[in-house]
Design a protein around this ligand. Structure first.
Ligand code: ATP
Ligand code: MG
Length: 478
């Protein structure tokens, strides 16, 4: 079948013409072709394979294009990249690869198109359109990728054992594509992934994390994590999550399976936010439950201080996976640390002071925290569900109300330490901290408004209680 009509962008004709002039074959291959058949919208990443030097082809193409875009050459890889309008084009010579056991970097030699297609990860990623004038738009699909797209199946071109063992990153990619596209991984493939799982260790953490990000950003991330679990990859990558699995029962008391609960929370939150780090927070919000789990005869199962323990674990996990130890990590930590706070509110009567405390502690992240906590509601009890949802609605309304009135977010003490020192003629001392804290508490409790004159009066009263006497004029006037 010919697919000329989809290659309307003039860039494809230009590449074809340049290839003809250089007397080489050229094809567009991989993701672009796959996404065309999936109608995933026009892919901006275009991979071009040349039977010959990809670099020479890129240079010739760039020379012909309007504005003569710059060509970036990666000599070690024999590839070249150029940006044109909103497209990113990558050129490579067709290659044949052979792998050694302990590296995912193969020995590479020049090859035919067929060799090149053989080294691709999946049948749906191995399809190519010809760009030379005489065959423009011809589809080359030696492994029936189009059929597999229809059947919604992830399958390898070669024997799965070989494909996954050669480059274990493909195990992550298989699961990632299955998650993004909601496809099924062929059972032979799934078996090969399980068998080769230990080989994930030769893959750099950064590549693994890239795939985890993509899984987390899918519409229904749980699919990916349950596949990682099923194939035995999960304990090698995120043992903190596998540790949440299972239900224990002592004296007839059971706790919920926190792994499956977590996946439900992640799917829930994915309906309301695309914030990658908030999704990470959902994934990790309960990890402290495994090390803190205890059974008590009287009260049953507890996970005492699991939020605190969990937030410490976030740091170690990020560090191990070489993820950034920056404000993103701190954000995830904060979410995990505070993850039970609004839940408590949702279960009882919601008071203004509890809401003020929540806003005070969460600061700018209070909305994200609410989003996380609402996603955390996975009860199957309709009555409870209604009650929690309704309470969350009240909390959200009160947050707005309290915020307008009391300006608690990014709280600044209305009376400064300086002023306390001046008023009572104090040197830096414990009393100042006590007074500042008492003022803050009074505001959060709603005893006084968050404003200067009320706070100043309150400070004078508290100071007297502490046995301090007023020194400055300003205070004696008021
Ligand atoms: P997306 O860009 O949406 O992640 P993609 O299929 O374009 O999907 P890329 O990583 O951009 O993925 O790779 C482009 C093409 O290169 C793939 O379609 C595939 O043919 C091939 N490819 C990429 N990584 C591998 C790999 N690890 N093993 C074999 N082939 C690969
Ligand atoms: Mg791509």
């Amino acid at each position: 079948m010919n697919h000329k009509h989809i290659l309307q962008h003039t860039i494809f004709k230009t590449i074809g013409a340049c290839a003809d002039e250089l007397d080489m074959e050229a094809y567009v291959i991989g993701g672009f072709v796959r996404d065309y058949f999936l109608k995933r919208g026009d892919s901006k990443d275009i991979d071009v394979v040349a039977i010959g030097s990809g670099i020479s082809l890129a240079q010739k193409v760039a020379f012909k294009l309007e504005g003569k875009p710059e060509v970036t050459i990666f000599k070690n890889f024999g590839t070249a990249m150029l940006k044109y309008k909103n497209l990113e084009l990558e050129f490579v010579g067709a290659r044949k690869e052979s792998y050694t056991r302990d590296s995912r970097n193969p020995v590479v030699e020049d090859g035919t198109l067929e060799d090149d297609q053989n080294r691709r990860d999946f049948t749906i990623n191995a399809m190519a359109f010809s760009l030379n004038k005489s065959k423009f738009g011809d589809l080359l699909d030696p492994f029936n990728g189009v059929k597999d797209l229809e059947k919604q199946i992830i399958r390898t071109p070669l024997k799965p054992e070989i494909t996954y063992s050669d480059d274990p990153l493909r195990m992550m990619r298989a699961i990632r594509f299955a998650t993004q596209l909601n496809f099924t991984i062929e059972s032979k493939s799934l078996d090969a992934i399980s068998k080769n799982r230990e080989r994930i260790k030769i893959i750099s953490k950064e590549r693994v994390v890239d795939e985890l990000h993509k899984i987390l950003l899918a519409e229904k991330p749980s699919k990916g994590f349950s596949l990682l679990n099923k194939t035995g990859l999960l304990p090698l990558i995120l043992p903190e999550l596998t540790a949440l699995q299972g239900i224990e029962e002592i004296e007839g008391q059971r706790h919920k399976d926190n792994f499956w609960h977590t996946l439900e929370v992640v799917d829930n939150i994915s309906k309301t936010t695309n914030n990658l780090w908030l999704r990470w927070a959902a994934l990790l919000h309960d990890i402290g439950k495994a090390p803190t789990k205890k059974f008590h005869k009287k009260i049953g199962w507890t996970f005492h201080a699991h939020e605190f323990v969990g937030s410490k674990m976030v740091y170690k996990l990020f560090k191990r996976l070489r993820m950034p130890l920056n404000d993103k990590m701190k954000f995830v930590q904060k979410m995990v640390l505070m993850s039970s706070r609004p839940v408590i509110l949702s279960e009882e009567h919601v008071t203004d002071s509890a809401v003020r405390r929540l806003v005070f502690d969460a600061g700018d992240y209070v909305d994200d925290l609410m989003t996380l906590c609402e996603a955390d509601i996975t009860t199957k009890n309709a009555r409870k569900l209604k009650k929690y949802k309704n309470n969350f609605k009240i909390v959200r309304e009160k947050i707005v109300e309290v915020e307008e009135r009391d300006k608690i977010r990014n709280f600044q003490p209305p009376v400064t330490g300086e002023e306390i020192m001046q008023t009572f003629g104090l040197k830096p001392s414990r009393e100042i901290g006590i007074l500042k804290d008492a003022i803050k508490e009074a505001i959060l409790e709603g005893e006084i408004a968050n404003e200067y004159s009320a706070a100043f009066k309150f400070m004078l009263k508290k100071g007297k209680e502490l046995g301090l006497s007023v020194k400055s004029n300003k205070a004696s006037k008021s």
